[in-house]
Design a binder for this molecule. Sequence first.
Ligand SMILES: Cc1ncc(COP(=O)(O)O)c(C=O)c1O
Length: 401
Amino acid sequence: MKKSVRAGYTFGHIEIGPRARKLLKASLARNWVSGGPNVKLFEQKFRKTFGFAEAVSVASGTSACITQVAALHEYGADWGDEVIVPALSFVATANSVLAAGFRPVFVDIQRDTLNIDPEKIEKTITKRTRAIQVVHTMGKPCDMDPILDIAKRRKLIVLEDACEAHGGRYKGKYVGGIGRSGAFSFYAAHIICSGEGGMVTTNDPEFAKILRSVRSHGRPDGTIFFQFDRFGINAKMNDLEAAVGVEGIENFQRIFAKRKENLQYLLAGVRDLSDRFYFLNEEPYEVISPHAFPLVIREKAGIDYWKLYRHLEEKGMQVKTLFASLPTQHKCFRFLGYREGAFPEAEYVGKNGLHVGCHQYLRRTDLDYFLEVLHDYARQTQAIAAGARVKRHAAQAKAKR
Ligand SMILES: Cc1ncc(COP(=O)(O)O)c(C=O)c1O
């Protein structure tokens, strides 16, 4: 990996290498920067890397989600029908449902996996439910078997939001190729990066035709005529973004391995704190994609969330919350009428979860620094808690005398 020029413990970082620069130059020389040969190359390489039958490039992860959800109109969904999404995710997962003309119906998550709780899905299904858009949050694959089983029994389509899970695998299958389709984001902090950009993947060639049509205003697949067959948007990727994406996909295995090594190093370094935080846990049947390093403060850990957040920031770390419950801890879905308390797990994570980077440009010294800062903080809070306990016991003993 090339030596980095970034500063501090960043969440994500991008460096444009010689391969991308060459493709960018060629694009400029052609005086053509809309979709062209770089886009085709990026789609082809993405498809091949993960063994998907089809890969349809789009302008962002958000538009990847909108495009796959909007394709539901072709499969019996009517305006205003319902699509199930997890209560906790990046906002685009649920916004894409609204943007495509449907109503998001939220389901709580599991505190430890951060993913939709399959056991809570079935009771939210109504006559108007058409699909479940699951999210592989922080690169951890959802438990897909029970979800696919529900979908089969209740005749629903499963869509995957794999924006944070490039190269993640569930029981041998790459995420994004398990449901009907999968959405990926190539925003700066993501494993494959093109600045802005996204991809929708599917193993169903008919579905891919609809996706290609939706991303181009609903025109017939592959045409630029003013013929509009279905609802569509402009979600096309341009050749400049694709140039950067090609370099990313060509380096994917190397980047993935380095980030995974970082993630595992961090996980090994916090093992002694596992009674105070929930950390990612990789099951034998899955491969977690090293998107980031999430941590959720455990119940009774004696750690104040915002104090920890600010402490990490003061020590120079770029920290992010863990999204929080979209329907009850943000304002944007208030109009749907959910009340705080409806999603206890997502709300808990909203008050106790954060994440930091594990990207390929972080050095071992950066990782050690984070571990030291986190341990120091945990030790301080333990000492404060122990001091308070001693004081309480002394006061109780005095009162008894
Ligand atoms: C789960 C999830 N879905 C969708 C998106 C949207 O992707 P983008 O920022 O490329 O639009 C993101 C972005 O990080 C995400 O994390």
